[in-house]
Ligand binder design. Structure first.
Ligand code: FAD
Length: 317
């Protein structure tokens, strides 16, 4: 069976959910093998989960150079592996690092690249949502090994136990790839909430929330539902909530099971980041707000009346 390389996205010794989604998606094309790129010791805590979700092999490329510089060394090592293995495809996550590695790989190898893919057919046809989500496109790479970046939360990971046989990869990084070194790492403040792009519930607030203080209401609903908090650009630009939580064209793309939009009008640039959510609930006092064109459930009303009632209702369940 053809081999499909899945480049592992992990954090703090844990495989991110998108990696499990990629392993599941890869099975449509062939037999997935995981590729771990990082400092010595990176692969060990990840291997069990990779095997559980179908990795027949785990290629382990561990070297301080893969951790001490930005993505160029990883792209170089991966390019050599792809040239050696000629897999049916290479899947990477559609995060910042995955996209940058994929872009560099495409240039190095002269291969076709598809980004933000949400589904892959057995014949390699990919589904993408483009132009801020206005179009759904089916496309296929016709040159070289297809490089595919996968949008998180595109599918439900399915376990399929496999051997996860560890295979060492020789790491030889050129001086050319070691131009941008990591000088400091700042650990992001740990939040008890799930990560925005991986959460199965996202509760977002917009300009209608009115202030940073009022975002406590958005947070309360999110916490009751075990969800993440998001925000529209009007809310982040207005200083109501930090920019890193912005959802949309110039923020994060989310695809949760449930997306709740509070006081958000539903501008095209916001929709670009959330319209693939499985269920959309909107609360807006304007019954003509475009978000209602998209919503599965809409409440026309003042969020400061509706949300406390919802909170109360959930607490009483
Ligand atoms: P508004 O459009 O002002 O809507 C506020 C809504 O709240 C209104 O519908 C109002 O009826 C409702 N409301 C007010 N008070 C209440 C209340 N008490 N109860 C209930 N409802 C209430 N936007 C993004 O979100 N993400 C992006 O990534 C993004 N990228 C952009 C990139 C570009 C290049 C450009 C040009 C714009 C981008 N925008 C983005 C901005 C986008 O066009 C909109 O301006 C923005 O999404 C509006 O945010 P909003 O819905 O919170 O505010």
């Amino acid at each position: 069976m053809a081999e499909v390389l899945v480049v592992v996205d992990a954090s703090g010794g844990t495989v991110r959910k998108v990696t499990l989604e990629m392993l599941t998606m890869a099975r449509a094309l062939g037999e997935p093998s995981a590729v771990v790129l990082g400092a010595p010791g990176t692969a060990a805590p990840l291997t069990a989960a990779l095997g559980e979700y179908g990795a027949a092999k785990v290629y382990v490329a561990e070297h301080d150079d893969l951790d001490g510089f930005l993505v160029a060394p990883k792209a170089e090592v991966l390019a050599a592996l792809v040239a050696e293995k000629s897999p049916a495809a290479v899947l990477l996550s559609s995060g910042q690092e995955g996209k940058e590695i994929a872009g560099r790989l495409a240039v190095k190898l002269g291969n076709g690249l598809l980004t933000d893919v949400s589904a892959l057919d057995a014949d390699g046809t990919a589904t993408q949502s483009v132009f801020a989500g206005s179009w759904v496109v089916k496309s296929k790479v016709t040159t070289g090994v297809p490089l595919v970046t996968v949008r998180p939360n595109s599918l439900t990971p399915e376990a399929a136990p496999a051997a996860a046989e560890q295979v060492g990869v020789e790491v030889a990084v050129s001086d050319k790839a070691k131009k941008v070194a990591v000088v400091e790492r700042v650990t992001a403040q740990k939040s008890a909430r799930p990560e925005l792009t991986e959460a199965s519930v996202v509760v977002s607030g917009g300009r209608g929330v009115g202030s940073a203080e009022n975002f406590a209401l958005v947070e309360e609903l999110a916490d009751l539902l075990g969800g993440a908090v998001g925000a529209s650009r009007a809310a982040t630009d207005g200083g109501f909530y930090p920019h890193k939580y912005q959802v949309g064209q110039t923020g994060s793309t989310v695809s949760p099971q449930l997306y709740i939009a509070l006081g958000i009008s539903g501008a095209i640039q916001h929709r670009a980041g959330m319209q693939t959510a499985k269920r959309i609930v909107a609360v807006n006092k304007d019954d003509e707000a475009p978000i209602f064109d998209l919503a599965d459930f809409g409440v026309v009303g003042d969020l400061f009346k509706v949300v406390p009632q919802a909170v109360e209702g959930i607490k009483n369940r």
